[in-house]
Design a protein around this ligand. Structure first.
Ligand code: HEM
Length: 500
């Protein structure tokens, strides 16, 4: 109780002080209209008031901010995308949260997100600087975490054109090969009930390693295990509160922190492993992507593509099978469409226009479970505005893609799994579907991910019927676990081969 009373008195005191400052400044305003010789002190107060009132953007509402903690308790919620979406229902599609000395603005509707990321891309293409982010990205030298600068633009341009060239020349055959291999692995399970997440990760990771190192790995490969293990540990340690607290409270960096020491060790291990793969590749020189990248770009681009392109695609495949276990009639519809259109042959990406139900299923999965639910935080590079609200330079912008995809103003029955909404006349809006973000920071791997999702899903549903592990076990939990990537909780499934 006494804590509560002292917190209330601090807030009251600050409020009274603030009101005094505002009153004084109003007075000075009136005075200075008629008297150019306003004293130095009110002038100072005046400029302070202007600065603060702009910085705090009073017109932007948000949940009450606690003294010292600000909205830390909101940000520490277990399923952050769901929590931020529920706050949007209370505070509107754009609201603010305070963390330490940083103001974050949360965008929860696709039009508002499009305004910031696409229409005003040059105002919001920055990334926040953070102590731990700099350590993970070797001083902001990755594409995903690097701030907007001439060097970053050149880095992204080179990596993008190399990826485009690969997509045009060889991506289809690379993904096809992995899709065939994945089906083979599932056949070998012989109807046993298994957790497929590792197989999905290997398939997605092999697409990226073929493009970057010119090499793919078997599930049992020690090299692959080490690499995946290191990248996963970095992502999960970096997301942990023990580490993120160091960004807001620099004093804590002086204290011993075992998770932080583990993170530093993993970063060193990652760089050693990737360095080794790149050296091997240079010797063979038959990898397809790296030929267009200079040495300095190669290392961190590889980290970007492996982190950005493995867990995302594999999480989406895992979600798809989980939802299909709940709704067997949907997988039957996809199977019938595949048989009707292709007869017995395997699909090509160019068949997608003739397979509308399969495409609708993929779109519905991207809507319901956008695997990067809060994208990656943006930073305002200069003073700007969003939806008519003033946004000062350095504000952190969080595009809540999960919230935008569950906006009841845009989506009919937003929490229901309804692939048909994306069929012609079904009412689903492709404009409001923004799982890859947009603008200058649009997901670099969008084209790769789309081809992977199409071919992997089509191959899997052509060859297998996915059945629950047993009648006794509950079906997969569809709420998921949200970190940087939104994942389904582990579950097992039977991949029953279809008769061709
Ligand atoms: C279903 C799969 C995927 C989804 C839903 C997805 C989504 C996203 C999102 C939302 C962002 C952040 C955009 C922003 O900051 O506004 C992003 C960034 C990024 N993604 Fe993806 N992604 C997927 C797959 C991939 C793949 C396969 C790759 C690599 C081949 C990749 C590489 C990247 C990179 C490098 C960035 C950072 C871009 C930048 O900061 O400029 N992603 N992705």
């Amino acid at each position: 109780n006494s804590m509560c009373i002292s917190a209330v008195s601090v807030v009251l005191f600050l409020f009274i002080l603030w009101m005094l400052v505002v009153q004084l400044c109003r007075l000075t305003d009136r005075q200075s209209d008629g008297d150019a010789k306003a004293t130095a002190v009110p002038k100072l107060l005046h400029s302070l008031s202007k600065r603060f009132s702009r910085t705090l953007s009073p017109s932007l509402s948000g949940p009450p901010s606690l003294p010292l903690l600000g909205n830390m308790l909101d940000v520490a919620q277990e399923h952050l995308p769901i929590h931020l979406t529920s706050l949007a229902r209370r505070y509107g599609n754009i609201y603010r949260l305070n963390c330490g000395n940083t103001t974050m603005v949360i965008l929860n509707n696709s039009e508002i997100i499009r305004e910031a990321l696409i229409k005003k891309w040059s105002d919001f293409a920055g990334r926040p600087h953070s102590y731990t982010g700099d350590l993970v990205s070797s001083g902001g030298r990755t594409i995903s975490l690097g701030d907007f600068s001439e060097e970053w633009k050149a880095h992204r341009r080179v990596a993008h054109s190399a990826l485009l060239r690969c997509t045009r020349d060889s991506l289809h055959s690379v993904v096809e090969k992995q899709a065939h291999h994945l089906c083979q692995v599932l056949w070998d399970y012989n109807g046993k009930s298994v957790d497929l997440s590792e197989d999905f990760t290997v398939a997605a990771s092999n697409v990226i390693t073929t493009l970057t190192f010119g090499k793919s790995y078997d599930k049992s490969s020690v090299d692959l295990k080490k690499l995946q293990d290191s990248l996963n540990k970095i992502v999960s340690l970096w997301g942990s509160p023990w580490i993120s607290v160091l960004d807001s409270f620099p004093l804590l960096r002086k204290l011993p922190n075992p998770p932080f020491s583990r993170l530093m060790k993993e970063i060193a291990r990652r760089d050693e492993l990737i360095g080794k793969h790149i050296e091997e590749f240079k010797v063979r020189m038959n990898g397809q992507m790296m030929q267009t990248l200079t040495d300095t770009h190669v290392h961190m681009t590889t980290v970007d593509l492996l982190i950005g392109g493995t867990e995302t695609t594999s999480a989406l495949l895992n979600w798809t099978v989980a939802f299909l276990l709940h709704r067997p009639e949907v997988q039957n519809k996809v199977y019938e469409e595949l048989c009707g259109v292709l007869d017995v042959r395997y699909p090509q990406y160019s068949d997608r226009h003739r397979l509308p139900y399969l495409c609708a299923l993929i779109n519905e999965m991207l809507r319901l479970r956008p695997v990067a639910p809060l994208a990656v935080p943006h930073r305002a590079i200069r003073n700007s505005s969003i939806a008519g609200h003033f946004i000062p330079k350095n504000t952190i912008i969080i595009p809540n893609l999960y919230g935008a995809h569950h906006d009841p103003e845009v989506w009919d029955d937003p929490y229901s799994f309804k692939p048909e909404r994306f069929l012609e006349g079904g009412g689903g809006s492709l404009r409001a579907l923004i799982p890859f973000g947009g603008g200058a920071r649009l997901c670099l791997g969008e084209a790769v991910a789309k081809m992977e999702m199409f071919l992997f899903t089509a191959y899997l549903l052509r060859d297998f019927q996915f059945l629950p592990a047993s009648k006794e076990e509950p079906l997969p939990d569809l709420r998921g676990v949200a970190s940087v990537v939104l994942k389904v909780k582990p579950y097992t499934v039977i991949a029953h081969p279809r008769e061709q």
